[in-house]
Design a protein. Sequence first.
Length: 180
Amino acid sequence: MSAFPRTPRIARRLGATTALSVLAVFATACTGTDAAPSSAQSDRVTLSDQWIKAADSGMSAAFGDLTNTGDEPVTLVAATSPASARVEIHEVVPDSTGAKTMRPKEGGITIPAHGAVTLRPGAEHLMFMDLLQPLRTGAETSLTLTFADGSTSVVTAQIRDFAGGNEHYVPGAENPAHGG
């Protein structure tokens, strides 16, 4: 006779069912199935056709198409890259003489719900300040995009030749040492 009392059949079945339920919950949590959709802004925005202007030193810029698949606007508030000491969000506007002036854009770039914004020369773009290495045509570098909710996404952009948009850089009050 066993030292343990016999477990009734119903208790054994209940124990097995409970164990299987716990395993199913664990498996679901580990695989991510049946998870609630992410509410991170970075999951709703893609950057496509992205590229960066080739440069040996100083400054460069990144361009591409930001697309928001979500039901609410999303704001890109910052960007970083290992190729540059810092990356600023810039815009190009005409000055009082009509010449194009490039400057930091306050408040970031808002991508409308189910809409897109094109980052392009002579308009909104991501400005690489104080390059840490030459950006050679045909190479690639990563770019981390940061959104208003703090979420991020990392993209890779190809480096291309581009003559420039003939803008003049007007540094922001926080960056008076940089000139065009």
